[in-house]
Write a protein that binds this ligand. Sequence first.
Ligand code: HEC
Ligand code: HEC
Ligand code: HEC
Ligand code: HEC
Ligand code: HEC
Ligand code: HEC
Ligand code: HEC
Length: 410
Amino acid sequence: MCKVSCALFTGVSVNSGYKKVGRKVLSKAIPGSSMQDGSAKRGELNHAGKGRGQKRRPLLCFLAFLVSLTCLTVAFAFNETHLDKTKLPKGCISCHKGHGKRATMMLSEPKDGLCFKCHGSVKQGELGEARTDIYSALIKRSNHPVLQTSQYHVPGERLPERSSSAPRHVACVDCHDPHLTTKDRPLNVARGYAGKQLRPKEVRKEYMVCYLCHSDSANLPPNEHNVAQDFTTSNASFHPIEAPGRNSRVPSLSAPLTPGSTITCSDCHGNDDNYGPKGPHGSNYDHLLKANYTMQSGPESISAYELCYMCHNRNSILNDQSFKSHKRHILYATASCFACHASHGSKVYGNLINFDANIVFPNSLGQLNFVQLLPGKPRCFLSCHVGATQYEHSMKGSQYYVNRTPLPGW
Ligand code: HEC
Ligand code: HEC
Ligand code: HEC
Ligand code: HEC
Ligand code: HEC
Ligand code: HEC
Ligand code: HEC
């Protein structure tokens, strides 16, 4: 009975969602959540076998829901946080209730108000209240506009949006599946995108969730672009999100990172408060960054480029272990990393080189180019404006010059 109802309810075939564990039959209303690979790491997602986006039959759903509630009053311990009765003693009815609020999946509160019952800033004495206050993160200066736009989320919707007039939105349940989330895998979800819609078991990496809204969406705001194009592995260089990077010589990397490492979007985008809840909910730094990143010219300090120094050793950079002129540019000419480096990836140049178009222009010969010759001693052809100072980089004969100064041996 339970089996059938749960299957009806989720639209998944009867056998797929149930596991026999000893004498207990775990009535998994929400099927699929077995570990895909051993490397249980945050940011790497789990397999989840839920069929979304299917046509729903409201009456059947409702009946089935009642039955599954009955099934689940028999308390079994689930690995999934919200289905674990030791954490949420009220079980399903912590969130679902009778017919529920209008136009919801029979939820006791509409949309994200539900999550704030337990993840809010004011403790409401809810049974099973969480330690993590997400509300306070979402009201920081730079944030995911959950509070402003979650009402546009529609259960079963397809992302990325295909129409430029679709209301752009983000809700808790766009990134988290309330049934599948686990302590190690808060992003255990069924939906993802990587140039195409992914089947639930293909959604294994965090970026596949982010690409639902930050790649091919037809309704990107004017100041944003398709982030997937930055990280695509056909680029000349990229921060290693989708795959390990192209450069095998990155002496600045701080342990345990190596050139073979991959990182996640939320390694850079997240809460600026180390003690607050993790995740890209909100930050006091622009672009929802975890740490400060000064993108304009100015004096170097640990805090000016704190974001980069989380993973790249400051001494290595300022001692010119790779680029033989890092120190000259960063310390003496007060150029930001952003003057020369892309944060995500560079289509045409290696070493994440991508000049800041606000301060870098063609030189007097009309050249704007980066040429890698000897490691550590590349040549740039350009004109760079830092404050009132202008630096012209060009060749005269076979000699490389900065303004009128020749650089022998470069
Ligand atoms: C932490 C809150 C929470 C708990 C606990 C919870 N649910 Fe849900 N459930 C939700 C939310 C939120 C949605 C709507 C998801 C959306 O809008 O995409 C939902 C949707 C559903 C759906 C519709 C299909 C889907 O996944 O979109 C079913 C079926 C369901 N829940 C069953 C259950 C059952 C059975 C239990 C108890 C085992 C349960 N839920 C426990 C929050 C919860
Ligand atoms: C009835 C209380 C309750 C409600 C409602 C609730 N949660 Fe939770 N949630 C918890 C508890 C308890 C934890 C365990 C960790 C903690 O204390 O923060 C948790 C943990 C989480 C985690 C961290 C990963 C994990 O599995 O431990 C995520 C993500 C999460 N919840 C998302 C949501 C979302 C999204 C909603 C709304 C759909 C929601 N929660 C509603 C109680 C709740
Ligand atoms: C359901 C859609 C959705 C998903 C999924 C999503 N985002 Fe967003 N994101 C938004 C919206 C909406 C904004 C507000 C600005 C805008 O419209 O792009 C935003 C803003 C941001 C910003 C701030 C941009 C700026 O310049 O201020 C960052 C950074 C970001 N998201 C990163 C991520 C990461 C990392 C993930 C994956 C963990 C992710 N997003 C998943 C919808 C989404
Ligand atoms: C190494 C750190 C780092 C990683 C990893 C990273 N970002 Fe960013 N991201 C930045 C910085 C710095 C900026 C702001 C400066 C800029 O635009 O280059 C930014 C800007 C953004 C913006 C706003 C600008 C725009 O043009 O849209 C979005 C959205 C974004 N990132 C999403 C993502 C997503 C999604 C991922 C993972 C697929 C990701 N980022 C991975 C550092 C990072
Ligand atoms: C844009 C995607 C996105 C949205 C929207 C989002 N989260 Fe998260 N959340 C994440 C990611 C990514 C992590 C995990 C980061 C990590 O492990 O470093 C996370 C982590 C969490 C955690 C665990 C925090 C910890 O310190 O362990 C909780 C709880 C949580 N989210 C709840 C929520 C709730 C509630 C909402 C809506 C109010 C929400 N999230 C909206 C992406 C999102
Ligand atoms: C004037 C342009 C310029 C500025 C400013 C600059 N870089 Fe670089 N950077 C380069 C060039 C060119 C290379 C490649 C040198 C080579 O290997 O040929 C490089 C290489 C690197 C590398 C890869 C090798 C290594 O050292 O591990 C890292 C990381 C790096 N830079 C980080 C930074 C950071 C962080 C900042 C700011 C604090 C910064 N760079 C500022 C031009 C610049
Ligand atoms: C979360 C860790 C992390 C952060 C934060 C980070 N990086 Fe990196 N970065 C890496 C890793 C890992 C590699 C190695 C990729 C490879 O081997 O090609 C790398 C490589 C690089 C390279 C060399 C790429 C190449 O192909 O030669 C440059 C340049 C660079 N980072 C600059 C920056 C700058 C500038 C910042 C700050 C905006 C920054 N990184 C922040 C992890 C990080």
